[in-house]
Design a protein around this ligand. Sequence first.
Ligand code: MLT
Length: 260
Amino acid sequence: MSNKPPFQLAGDHGPVLALVHGFPLDATLWAEQRALAGHVRLLTFDLPGFGAQPAGPLPTDLGGYAEHVRAVLDAAGAERVILGGLSMGGYIAFECWRRFPQRIDGLLLCDTRAEADSVETRAVRERGIAAVHEGRRAELLENMIETLLSAASRARGRPAAATRAMMHRASDAGIIAALGALRDRADSTPTLATITVPTLIVCGEQDALTPPALARAMHAGIARSQLALIASAGHLAPLEQALAFDAAVARWLAAERLAD
Ligand code: MLT
């Protein structure tokens, strides 16, 4: 992994909101969140193996992805940030909180969960890894579209096109590495009670992968948290319902006095 990973920084004032994308996507997941750049400086980047990240050594566990986030913050000169993550990005945000909480002033947990993989889900990860090795990656990724997006978003067409474009940019090795890290990740449930910073939990009302019940459980476990459910959105709320998502984040930033 390069010492100076690429990143994009939008906006010229306010605290840095660093956003970590989910699997198997890339930084363009957050394209619509540029509207938040009036309130914050928005820091986005591709995880190793995804988007336009240069080929190189890949993380072998979630800690490796958290170290990539740390390297991006260093490269961007962002000593302290509000850290957000969607799904896998949320799992990585928990890992970052465990590793460098002193750099995190707030957490934005989107369509994610605290729990580790169940035995069944671990088996699904194994089948995914085998599918990529056997050249069946297109089938694997296409099958994911249905579970990632709400029926309303699928009917609109654009969210699916944007999601497919991100998936196509992922490298085979990147998908395999991430599936292994997801499969082996720690249970973050005990971490919830250690989170002392303002936290916004956002979840699409139709999220089939990390449904609202899991968001409510995180809300109950994190002392200073707020919960925002986004109507008509599935697992990719910031992409599917960007206006409602951005409004919820802007309201929270103002209410917690994290940004104007
Ligand atoms: C993601 O959206 O990052 C993945 O779906 C997470 C997961 O499979 O657990």
